[in-house]
Design a binder for this molecule. Structure first.
Ligand code: AMP
Length: 144
């Protein structure tokens, strides 16, 4: 299974981005409204300059208190996130997420943002593939 198949299987393929000067207070609303755990920070709207996740916000809140909410997204984001390509395998993406201890990965082609995959997307797609393989094997054993 490759990243393109995971992207195609997603019911919502919108990639939510915010501009670097967006206040973190506004980012919390973007995360809530879109029911997501992280956003890509992008000056142009089609590059992954950084990523800002709910974990970054919770960490800053616990260290510095509510004043961190007036930071801008680029002050709190992780710069130059680890990205993947459409042709990378699901296993490569899971390995990268496990090694880096993060749950989001932008998908980039020729330097341009073309999607995002989360650990949830990868696990869901793998489970559905395993279920199809099991059905096929059961069919073979039963002689259909
Ligand atoms: P997450 O588990 O994705 O919510 O993120 C945990 C931490 O990793 C946060 O500090 C994020 O900014 C950072 N992070 C998330 N995704 C990536 C990525 N693809 N590359 C590098 N850092 C990331």
């Amino acid at each position: 299974m490759i990243v393109q198949q995971i992207l195609t299987s997603k019911s919502n393929q919108t990639v939510v981005t915010v501009r670097p000067d967006t206040p973190v207070s506004e980012v919390t609303q973007v995360l809530t409204e879109n029911r997501i755990g992280g956003v890509i920070v992008s000056a142009s709207g089609d590059t992954a300059d950084g990523i800002l996740s709910e974990r970054d916000i919770v960490r800053a809140l616990s260290k510095r208190g509510p004043s961190c909410l007036s930071d801008t997204a680029d002050q709190m984001m992780t710069k130059n996130p680890v990205c993947c390509a459409r042709g990378d395998t699901a296993d490569q993406v899971l390995q990268g997420m496990t090694d880096g201890r993060f749950r989001h990965m932008p998908v980039v082609e020729d330097g341009k943002l073309v999607g995002i995959v989360t650990i949830g997307d990868v696990v869901k797609a793998r489970l559905s593939q395993l279920s199809m393989e099991r059905d096929a094997l059961e069919g073979m054993v039963a002689g259909h």
